[in-house]
Design a binder for this molecule. Sequence first.
Ligand code: GNR
Ligand code: NI
Length: 225
Amino acid sequence: THPMLLRYQLPRRVFPLLPVLFPFFINLLNSVQIFCIILLIQVFLQVFFGNFLIMAILNILQYPDSRLRIKAKPIELFDKPLKETIADMFETMYASKGIGLAATQVNIHKRLIVLDVSPERDRQLVLLNPTVLKTSEEKKLHDEGCLSVPGFYESVERPDKILVEYFNSDGSKHQLEAGGLLSVCIQHEMDHLNGKVFVDYLSRLKQHRIQKKLIKEKAKLSVIN
Ligand code: GNR
Ligand code: NI
């Protein structure tokens, strides 16, 4: 089997370095043996390092999946499982080379966004229960893409600047004034939490074209698998 295909048959929670080592194992072992070894390594890591080293790359829903339309619910508990979800979402976002990810996109319908718009990829931002307090009158066009709409980039008009209130993972309240790419990204992610996708701003013709292409590609992939 091709190493990339094998990766998807493995359990959801996998130590991040393991995929890098796979090509070396694959020549020697069959998938059942690999599965058992990974299970053993995971048990070992859980016992000695706790949960924080073990993250998961989550599955991203693809447009036009109807689950992208679900309105997310406010977060009430700022607990450990929430922190694990945040870690998983960052890992998923970085692995997909995105600058933001909304929980809705990974089929978690809570008001949770992770962001990193820095070129160095070292400025993590977590927005819990975000609300927009103010938007600027001035609007700007910006090219947008979406991890749930792979391969499509289109211009969308949005307010240039916004003032956002949010909670961080400790449950403390913050405000953030954003402009430029950060503002675009926050608005794009908050749309996801409300069941909206950037494609909704485009013409009907473009929406249909994008839907047709993505459905076709999905059909091709399922033939291969
Ligand atoms: O990775 C992303 N890039 C991006 C570029 C321009 C405007 C918005 C975005 S968000 C997107 C990741 C994503 O899909 N978040 O929901
Ligand atoms: Ni998106």
